[in-house]
Design a protein around this ligand. Structure first.
Ligand code: FE2
Length: 327
C-alpha cells in the first residue's frame, strides 16, 4: 500500500510518499519562509503554496518512481494551522483524489509528528514534547486520545527564538546560530521563568530579553534566554512523565534539532531512567511524509473522508481525535 500525503499547515508545502513499512519514498517540499524572512503572511504563504503545489507533486512522484496508478490513497493535514494555507492542501488533495479516483483521508498535523516519530524511532508509548515554530505542546496517549498535558499560552518556542534572534541581528533562521552561541556564554542572567500549572508562556521572557539587548554580552543573553525556555519545557515534560508513569520521551518539531535542548532533556531522562528518542530531522520539521504515514494508518483502520466531509479544521486539537489505528 502506498500513501501520498500533503502538508500545508504553515510555511511548508510538502508532498510525501510512503509505503506500508513507513519507507519514505519521497519527501519533497518548498518553504515560503526563506533566509532572512520576517515571518508568515498567511495569504502570501497560500499564494506561494498554490504556485508550487504542481511542481512539488511532480518532483515527489519522480523521486519515488511511483505513478498515480500505484498510489492507494491521498491524505492531507486538516489542521491545526493557518486557514489560508490549509485550504491549499485540502484543495489539492480533493482535486487529486477525484481526478485519480483515490480515497481521501484528512489527518491531524500534531498527531502525524508523533506517529511517524514513534514508527521511525521505535518508541512504544512516549510522552511527546512537540517544540516547533508555532506549536509547543507536551502530549501523551491516555485512554484512546492524545491528551495535551501542557502547552504554550502565547507564542511557540521556535517563534520565540526566531524573534529574539532577529532582534540581535542573526537573521532567519536564528535557531541554529543561537544554539552555537549558547555553548560560548560565560554568565547566566536572571530572566523570567514562566510555568503556570502545566502550561508555559514565552512572551514575558522575550520582552525581558529584548530590554537587556545592548546592556549585556550577546552570548550571555542568548544562553540565559534559551536556558530558561528549555528548562521550562523540560520541567513540564518531566512532570508529564511523572504523572503518566511513562518511561519514554519523544522530542520532535523543528526545535528538536537544538543540541542545547537535547542535552537538557537527555539529562532529565537519565535521572528519571526514561529513554529519549529524536526522529530524523526531515520528519521533525513539517513534511508531507508524516501526513502520508498518518493517512495510511487511519485508512487501514477504516477511515475515509467524503469530499463534503473534508473541510479544513484550523483549530483542531489532538484530543478531539479518537485513536483508532495501530502503529
Ligand atoms: Fe509541525
Amino acid at each position: 500500500m502506498i500513501s501520498l500525503g500533503i502538508e500545508s499547515t504553515a510555511h511548508t508545502f510538502g508532498i510525501g510518499i510512503v509505503n506500508e513499512k513507513c519507507r519514505i519514498l519521497a519527501n519533497e517540499k518548498e518553504s515560503y519562509v526563506k533566509k532572512d524572512s520576517v515571518g508568515i503572511h498567511p495569504r502570501e504563504a497560500a499564494d506561494f503554496h498554490y504556485k508550487n503545489a504542481g511542481k512539488v507533486i511532480e518532483s515527489a512522484l519522480e523521486k519515488s518512481g511511483v505513478s498515480w496508478k500505484e498510489i492507494d490513497l491521498v491524505s492531507f493535514a486538516r489542521g491545526p494551522g493557518l486557514g489560508n494555507c490549509l485550504r491549499v492542501g485540502a484543495v489539492v488533495a480533493r482535486t487529486k483524489a477525484l481526478l485519480h479516483k483515490k480515497p481521501l483521508v484528512g489527518v491531524n498535523h500534531c498527531i502525524s509528528h508523533i506517529e511517524i516519530g514513534k514508527k521511525l524511532t521505535k518508541a512504544k508509548d512516549p510522552v511527546t514534547c512537540y517544540a516547533s515554530g508555532a506549536n509547543t505542546q507536551i502530549i501523551a496517549l491516555e485512554k484512546e486520545r492524545y491528551r495535551i498535558f501542557g502547552e504554550t499560552l502565547d507564542i511557540g518556542i521556535g517563534n520565540f527564538l526566531d524573534v529574539f534572534g532577529r532582534e540581535i541581528g542573526l537573521g532567519f533562521p536564528a535557531g541554529p546560530k543561537m544554539d552555537k552561541i549558547y555553548f560560548t556564554a560565560k554568565n547566566f542572567l536572571e530572566l523570567p521563568y514562566t510555568v503556570k500549572g502545566m502550561d508555559l508562556a514565552f512572551s514575558g521572557l522575550l520582552t525581558a530579553g529584548k530590554q537587556k539587548i545592548g546592556k549585556f554580552e550577546k552570548e550571555d543573553l542568548v544562553f540565559s534566554l534559551m536556558h530558561n525556555a528549555f528548562a521550562m519545557l523540560t520541567e513540564v515534560s518531566e512532570r508529564t512523565l511523572a504523572h503518566t508513569g511513562k518511561k519514554e520521551l519523544l522530542l520532535t518539531g523543528g526545535v528538536a534539532a537544538s543540541k542545547a535542548l537535547r542535552e537538557m532533556m537527555e539529562k532529565m531522562c537519565r535521572q528519571r531512567k526514561a529513554k529519549m528518542f529524536v526522529p530524523p530531522r526531515e520528519t521533525c520539521v513539517d513534511n508531507g511524509g508524516m501526513i502520508a504515514w498518518q493517512g495510511l494508518l487511519e485508512f487501514k483502520a477504516g477511515k475515509r473522508n467524503r469530499i463534503k466531509d473534508s473541510r479544513i479544521l484550523p483549530k483542531q486539537r489532538t484530543d478531539q481525535i479518537k485513536v483508532s489505528w495501530k502503529n
